[in-house]
Design a protein around this ligand. Structure first.
Ligand code: ZN
Ligand code: ZN
Length: 137
């Protein structure tokens, strides 16, 4: 909790109770959650919280650069607390988004053909190893 407050302050975000709680969930469950998933978790603890509040809060986090918004699934935004450049695998079977750590030359150079690169998003689509293991059974 202390840590979460410090992070919010570092990004010039007023650490309100709801903001702390929302960031805490993103930190605890590194599952690239969408608004509904955050809502399902948080409403157990704060029954009065609304999806609109969560939506506005995470988008404020994205605007401040504290959280990354993943658009790998066009129908919904998913949120990632890990803002270091890394790539994602979307499992077409279970819908999970998993961090993949591949060596990518672009994450090191930040420059391509004289252009300055500020964001790197790599998306892979396939079947995750968990789903694959069920397939072979
Ligand atoms: Zn899967
Ligand atoms: Zn990620």
């Amino acid at each position: 909790m202390e840590n979460i407050i410090k992070i919010l302050q570092k990004y010039n975000i007023q650490p309100s109770y709801q903001r702390i709680k929302i960031l805490e969930i993103l930190d605890k469950k590194r599952e690239h959650m969408n608004v509904n998933m955050i809502y399902d978790e948080l409403s157990k603890e704060i029954p009065t919280i609304s999806k609109a509040t969560i939506y506005n809060t995470v988008n404020a986090f994205v605007e401040k650069g504290l959280v990354n918004c993943l658009t790998i699934t066009p129908e919904e935004a998913r949120y990632d607390f890990d803002i270091t450049p890394h790539h994602h695998l979307l499992c077409k079977k279970c819908g999970k988004i998993i961090d993949v750590h591949v060596k990518c030359p672009y994450t090191e150079s930040m420059e391509i053909d004289g252009h300055r690169i500020e964001e790197i998003r790599g998306y892979f689509k396939g079947i995750c190893k968990e789903c694959l293991s069920h397939e072979t059974l």
